[in-house]
Design a protein around this ligand. Sequence first.
Ligand code: ZN
Length: 131
Amino acid sequence: MAKRRQKGMPNACRCGESSLIKTSGTSKNPGRLFHCCPKGSENDNYRLFKWTDESMVEELFFMKETMKNLEMKTRTCEDMVNCIEKDIKDLKMVGRGYEKEMETMKAEVRLLKCMIVCGVVVFAGYFRFCA
Ligand SMILES: [Zn+2]
């Protein structure tokens, strides 16, 4: 029978039933756990049959692959976070530069106001003196 084996622990049989884990009672594999279909448990012709220790090994390999992928994704995320942190730092520096520029401009405006007020006072005094 050419059946396609599910990788890892089978969750369900092809018939749709959830798989069961049972203990083998044969003299060849006494006490060995296996996955089976609840419908097929009454006869030897299981629609789903897989040794649990074999499926566990497959599951472990699968988990190892998943862990490796997760590690790679985590590293990518860390790189992105580092990039964003650097951008934020750069933006703060630029912001500080603008703050300094703003302070200089405010001081210049204050000086200009002073000069205008002085000019107006001088002109007013001059016109009053002349009038
Ligand atoms: Zn089944």
